[in-house]
Write a protein that binds this ligand. Structure first.
Ligand code: FDA
Length: 390
């Protein structure tokens, strides 16, 4: 049996960050993964350019049963710390929108940077190791199909079940339960939503994006929404999907920042002989305007439509009600909401309170960021928090 100071399971964003931090502090670290190479999700992230952080990172941009949990780690490892690392490696980057930082070149540069930093810390990275059992006779013992390894510290950095076709698993939850800890029920997040019934008429708009505000309960996001052949997607919908639960309605404001009722009534005063479809076509993308005229129950010249009907139509345009019948699930979800219950973890070190030496970091934990680089920032920050104490 080979012995180390720490074993980290999962060579993704959080696992590599924890490994390089501990390794550079002189710890003997083994980083194990079942995939054929490290950082596979980083490689496909941000459309191949890795949206590696967000300069607006703050705890209120994360979902968790305990909204305060992420504050400590995020406060001690900020976006600027990761930017400094990226700069030290000469990786060019740019801000795309809303504080989202992307590589100019390729996300491969981020993986290369992390593996170089791991090498500088003497981290032993071993891929293609299927983990078959974990036990804790005294130290932690990890059995794989290629040998057994032991260490006094074990870090679970195996992420969430999103995108199983890339090797993502619910392994972290199995370990959590094995050690008597709790899991906040996981569900797919940052995921397209699906529609059925009457709403299927929007299928005809597949491929059309609109500026919108998507609302669910008290949460709202002002970004683009995209109609798809199965339902709704685009950044506003992906964002709101993390807050949405089965059976709830999503209100989509198709004319953000405009009082649609007032605009329709004003148009009637100014151009009474104009067709309602023409006015809708001026306010909305043409295909959307055409499709909405019928469910809005409007036809003919503005002069012949009562103000009340225009007012009601305007209200619908500012809050079109969709009740999705589901989401596209883990196969299309960028992340997983829920995970290892933070109530059982130290917010400073990510160590399980009841099981000294056992740590959970990254997406496995019940901390989930908005779209736009927040999830990587959590992976880096929680990785550093554990890496500093291993
Ligand atoms: P991550 O999933 O990165 O790593 C887990 C590792 O554990 C993997 O290497 C996996 O192979 C390994 N593993 C899993 N089960 C195992 C087992 N049973 N045994 C051994 N190893 C196991 N976020 C962001 O901030 N900006 C972005 O641009 C994007 N873009 C993006 C695009 C797409 C398509 C997806 C699916 C996701 C994103 N994300 C993102 C989210 C981001 O990728 C995610 O939050 C982080 O990768 C989470 O980092 P972790 O290290 O926790 O898990």
């Amino acid at each position: 049996m080979e012995r180390f100071d720490a074993i980290i399971l999962g060579a993704g964003a959080a696992g590599m960050m924890a490994a390089l931090t501990a390794g550079q502090r002189g710890r003997r670290v083994l980083l194990l993964d079942h995939a054929d190479k490290p950082g596979k999700k980083i490689l496909i992230s941000g459309g191949g350019r890795c949206n590696f952080t967000n300069v607006h990172t703050a705890a209120d941009r994360f979902l968790s049963a305990n909204p305060h949990f992420a504050k400590s780690a995020l406060g001690r490892y900020a976006p600027q710390d990761f930017i400094d690392l990226v700069d030290r490696h000469g990786i060019a980057w740019h801000e795309k929108t809303l504080g989202q930082l992307f590589c100019d070149g390729s996300s491969r540069q981020i993986v290369a940077m992390l593996t170089d930093e791991c090498a500088a810390g003497g981290v032993d990275i071993r891929v293609q190791h299927a983990i078959t059992a974990i036990s804790k006779p005294d130290d932690f013992s990890v059995t794989t199909d290629r040998g057994t390894f032991a260490a006094p510290s074990l870090v679970i950095a195996t992420g969430g079940p999103s995108i199983p076709q890339m090797g993502a698993t619910g392994f972290a939850y199995d370990v959590t339960r094995q050690f008597g800890l709790k899991v906040v029920e996981p569900r797919p997040a940052l995921v397209p939503l699906t529609l059925s019934g009457e709403a299927m008429m929007f299928r005809g708009l597949s491929g059309i994006a609109v500026d919108s505000i998507a609302r669910c309960g008290k949460q709202s996001f002002h970004e683009a929404s995209l109609f798809t052949h199965r339902g709704l997607s685009g950044p506003a919908i992906l964002q709101i999907s993390s807050y949405w639960r089965n059976g709830e309605a999503i209100l989509l404001d198709l004319l953000p920042g405009r009082d649609a009722a007032a605009a329709l009534i004003a148009a009637k005063r100014e151009r009474p002989r104009t067709q309602i479809r023409t006015i809708l076509g001026e306010l909305l993308p043409a295909r959307l305007a055409e499709l909405l005229a019928e469910p809005l129950g409007l036809n003919g010249e503005l002069a012949n439509i009562a103000d009340k009907a225009l007012g009601a139509a305007g209200e619908r345009l500012n809050g079109w009600r969709f009740v999705p019948n589901g989401s596209e699930g883990y196969a299309k979800a960028e992340v997983t909401v829920g995970g290892v219950d933070t109530a059982g973890l130290s917010s400073k070190t990510m160590e399980a309170r009841k099981i000294p030496g056992l740590y959970f970091i990254g997406e496995a934990v019940d901390v989930t960021g908005w779209l736009g680089g927040y999830n990587f920032q959590w992976a880096w920050a929680s990785g550093v928090a554990a890496g500093q104490v291993l």
